[in-house]
Design a protein around this ligand. Structure first.
Ligand SMILES: CC(=O)[C@@H](O)[C@H](O)COP(=O)(O)O
Ligand SMILES: NCC(=O)COP(=O)(O)O
Length: 239
């Protein structure tokens, strides 16, 4: 079964536009879980452009499904995650000023750093995942870091899906198979949508979790959160 973790960054983006608490990220998380979301993902960035540190602490007691915190493991991020103890931390190598995440880890270059950070999280009982481009060569270095899972960075798939989906999925299928050989779990995310999710999920049988925010929250403007979550769950269903 592939879990649907809903990324609520965009709820916070809208909330921050006015500085109050409308819409509330906490209420959105509670409702999303009632509507069937199997996890809540957030990506607190150092500039707090959407999710703030306060949101992280406010959400902790209300996430009854799987809490997944994403981010670049600078010391303040590491300490906050160790204190919150979510079920999963996803490490993303994004620059502070990047508009959004735009690359996976070079695990060969950052091997020592990743090994240390991952062992810190694992000692605290937090499952780790690392953001990875669909690159076969990188998987063995990812495994050497000691991470439990990888998260396939799906922007390229999403971009090329409508032009040639068979070609777009190839590197993801290969990387997911290689990850399985090394005993790594496979998550995926970035720009997945109602349009492109089913094909991705059908082609990658060992897909454990997808985290989806931008498209899902946008689609919910027209369909409502409950219908949208249900539509995503249908795309992931294997029966
Ligand atoms: C790690 C990842 O893929 C991102 O999609 C991210 O969580 C989205 O962040 P923004 O919402 O800041 O674009
Ligand atoms: N890890 C990816 C994620 O959480 C959501 O990415 P997106 O759907 O907002 O592009």
């Amino acid at each position: 079964m592939t879990k649907l973790s809903v990324n609520i960054n965009k709820i916070a983006t809208l909330r921050n536009a006015r500085g109050g608490d409308l819409p509330s990220v906490v209420e959105a998380a509670v409702k999303l879980q009632e509507f069937g979301a199997q996890g809540i993902t957030i990506h607190p960035r150092p500039d707090e452009r959407h999710i703030t540190r306060k949101d992280v602490y406010d959400l902790k007691p209300l996430v009854s499904t799987e809490f997944n915190i994403e981010g670049n493991p600078h010391r303040p991020f590491i300490d906050m995650v160790l204190e919150i103890k979510p079920e999963q931390v996803t490490l993303v190598p994004d620059a502070d000023d990047a508009i959004t995440s735009n690359a996976g880890w070079d695990c060969e270059m950052h091997l020592g750093f990743l090994k240390n950070v991952i062992s810190e999280f694992k000692k605290a009982g937090i499952r780790t995942s690392i953001f990875l481009d669909p690159n076969l060569e990188m998987v063995k270095f990812a495994a050497e870091t000691g991470t439990d899972r990888i998260e396939l960075y799906t922007e390229a798939y999403a971009k090329n899906y409508s032009r040639d989906k068979e070609e777009a999925i190839k590197p993801y299928v290969e990387t997911a198979k290689e990850a399985e050989k090394y005993g790594l779990g496979v998550n995926a995310g970035h720009d997945l949508s109602l349009e492109n999710l089913k094909y991705f999920s059908d082609q990658i049988p060992n897909l454990l979790e997808v985290s989806i925010g931008h498209a899902l929250i946008s689609e919910a403007l027209y369909m409502g959160l409950e219908n949208t979550v249900q539509a995503y769950l249908k795309r992931l269903a294997k029966w």
